[in-house]
Design a protein around this ligand. Structure first.
Ligand code: MUC
Ligand code: MG
Length: 367
């Protein structure tokens, strides 16, 4: 079970409908497919979605760091030496999605070698998660229409509304319109991607006080240190830290400082090995947890549901598992299907998914 190669393959798949939010927008999924090969011919896969506006990673940067820095440190290790991989990659600061994809591809290869699903290896709590859908910026009417379509087609009844960096009254009008249209049949929460100041955030939360929000996420920057603590201290809604907590150390710092009361776990940035650490920390600290989405394709979403379904704490809340619905196509041989508001862990060893070679040939950009 020795690792003999770590490959990084760039691909690009257009979105049918771009997703727009306070920190950026996504029109094409320019991701990196990571493949780990073993001496026994087993291949593990995962995808890295660069988010230049969040962590500074780019597709080119991910290719370079995997090929030049990470692969040479990993080739020759066995699949069970995941902690050695974690320690070696951890010597490089940043590059979260590149590190995470390498880690998850190793877990996939290990599961395939042992003929076990990764979700069972991690915790095996359940075989599915409820799904939360992210609504990107648009007018209130269009965002309500999108929520209606998503509910009709997929049975989803939890919506995360993107807010921030546009007039506070426009964002609060969206949330009010959704609540008026759906009543108490849906769960709603908001994510500001650091787009408001602490004062704007509190004003918005006061305007939405009667709208029964489940969570408020990253409304203002965590680096506005005192403002953020003041905001979190003034709201009774669980406040999720997302891009401000890409490592367990960040979770500890932000939560103990009073800058967050809940966290988003994203396998796209902490892989399985790092997400386990974040999960156990969250459990110990008594935090609410949401499985977040780094605007993953189907392979990344398979990773998120694999982890989210493995633990009771992560399976409790709906996970953000539906961004791939906005993509025009994907790499998987058997597409993921959301039905009755739920996504099941793909059955089978490892991640339970296969890459379609024809699709990879069509969308890869390195040939
Ligand atoms: C999210 O929860 O913030 C948008 C930007 C990013 O980094 O992740 C997405 C979703
Ligand atoms: Mg977020």
């Amino acid at each position: 079970m020795k690792i003999v190669a770590v490959e990084a393959i760039p691909f690009a798949i257009p979105y049918v409908k771009p997703l727009r939010f306070a920190s950026g927008e996504v029109r094409t999924a320019e991701h990196v497919l990571v493949r780990v090969r073993t001496d026994e011919g087993v291949v593990g896969v995962a995808e890295a979605p660069p988010r230049p506006f969040t962590y500074g990673e780019t597709q080119d940067g991910i290719l370079a760091v995997i090929r030049q820095i990470f692969a040479p440190q990993i080739v020759g290790l066995t699949l069970t030496e995941r902690e050695v991989v974690h320690a070696r990659l951890g010597r490089t600061v940043g590059n979260p999605t590149a590190k995470a994809a390498v880690d998850m591809a190793i877990w996939d290869a290990l599961g395939r070698s042992l003929d076990l699903p990764v979700s069972a290896m991690l915790g095996g709590y359940t075989d599915h998660m409820r799904v939360s859908h992210m609504l990107g910026f648009d007018t209130p009417d269009k965002m309500v229409a999108e929520a209606e379509r998503i509910q009709d087609e997929y049975g989803i009844s939890t919506f995360k509304v993107k807010v921030g960096r546009r007039p506070v009254t426009l964002d609060t009008a969206v949330v009010r319109a959704l609540r008026e249209r759906f009543g108490d049949t849906v769960d709603l929460y908001v994510d500001g991607n650091r787009g408001w100041t602490a004062a704007e955030s509190l004003r918005a939360l006061k305007e939405m006080a009667d709208l029964d929000l489940l969570f408020a996420e990253e409304l203002c920057p965590a680096d506005d240190v005192l403002g953020r603590r003041w905001l979190v201290g003034h709201t009774d809604i669980p406040f999720i830290a997302d891009e401000s907590v890409p490592t367990p150390a960040d979770v500890t710092r932000e939560v103990l400082a009073g800058s967050a009361t809940a966290i988003s776990i994203k396998t796209a940035r902490t892989g399985f090995t790092g997400s386990q650490r974040v999960h156990h920390l969250a459990e110990g600290l008594g935090l609410e947890v949401v499985m977040g989405n780094q605007i993953d394709g189907q392979l990344g979403t398979a990773c998120a549901v694999t982890f989210g379904a493995a633990f009771e704490l992560t399976a409790r809340r709906a996970g953000e598992l539906s961004n791939f619905l906005d993509m025009s196509d994907d790499l998987l041989a058997t597409p993921l299907r959301i039905r009755e508001g739920r996504l099941h862990v793909p059955p089978g060893p490892g991640l339970g998914v296969e890459i379609d070679p024809d699709k990879l040939a069509r969308y890869r950009t390195d040939n």
